[in-house]
Design a protein around this ligand. Structure first.
Ligand code: ATP
Length: 248
């Protein structure tokens, strides 16, 4: 469904992604794991198209030169140079790292903003669904985003992404800085989203352990290169991977 083939991303002369090929099939949850600076956000920006915006902005401002080589394919069609707005319309929705909700808008306003690609009936139905999987958001509908806890903000960020009617959801480090209990809640919701709405999901994390139980397939990024891939079972059967990435 969504695939990267031989992606190379340079920030000036710095190689941030080195020949990365990953894929996520329909209704799969794919994990991309790697330490700080491994290239996870660069990959998510390149898949969602935000990188095209950043690249053009830098070019216009005469700033650093960003080069993207390789291919991104969605359902077999090359979308490598499509704008992020076009990709969003196709159903590729990014939930960026560090939440990025609108801190001055209420929970409900944030969710309504997310519905810009939805029909009114889709928006109503999805709003109901978001409140079902994240009950705290229903209680906090009128609360300003900036006054939510980190976990509630992450629920809101995922909820807002769902309002945009994704076919594939890109979750960039959704568990960052959250308590184990909150992490477990979000992991459960992520599986629910795939199971009941058949939305494919690519999720990046620094630590694989909390997410591993729900991924079908995983890739490991090191210094911008994909060094290992396999099913959840294959990853768990590899003793080096187990100790280095899963802490088990
Ligand atoms: P983290 O877990 O810290 O978010 P990451 O795996 O998401 O890390 P990226 O943010 O993709 O990693 O960064 C990959 C590398 O590219 C890092 O060395 C980073 O410093 C560098 N980098 C990212 N954005 C830029 C930029 N705009 N200009 C120059 N270098 C950048």
């Amino acid at each position: 469904m969504l695939e990267a083939r031989g992606l190379m991303v340079f920030y000036e002369n710095m190689l941030a992604l080195n020949n990365v090929s990953i894929r996520c099939k329909a209704s799969e949850i794919v994990g991309v794991f790697g330490a700080n600076s491994a290239g996870k956000s660069t990959l998510m920006y390149t898949l969602s198209g935000i990188m095209e915006d950043i690249r053009k902005k830098e070019e216009m401002a005469g700033g650093e030169r960003i080069t993207v080589l390789g291919d991104v394919l969605f359902n077999g069609e090359s979308i490598t140079h499509l704008k992020p707005s076009k990709r969003a319309r196709m159903g590729i929705i990014l939930c960026p790292e560090r939440r990025r909700i609108f801190v001055e808008s209420t929970v409900l306003e944030n969710l309504r903003i997310g519905a810009y690609l939805a029909t009114p009936s889709q928006a109503r139905e999805t709003l109901k669904y978001v409140f079902e999987i994240f009950p705290p958001l229903a209680r906090l509908k009128k609360r300003t985003g900036g006054f939510l806890s980190g976990g509630e903000q992450q629920m809101l960020a995922i909820g807002r992404a769902l309002m945009a009617q994704p076919k594939i959801l890109l979750l960039d480090e959704p568990l960052l800085g959250l308590s184990p209990l909150m992490q477990a809640t979000l992991v459960k919701a992520t599986r629910q989203i795939r199971d009941y709405r058949q939305i494919s999901i690519i999720v990046t994390e620094q630590y694989a352990r909390p997410v591993l139980p729900i991924v079908d397939y995983a890739f490991i990024l090191e210094n911008g290169a994909s060094v290992l891939e396999g099913t959840r079972e294959e990853m768990l059967d590899n003793p080096d991977v187990r100790s280095a990435y899963f802490g088990v």
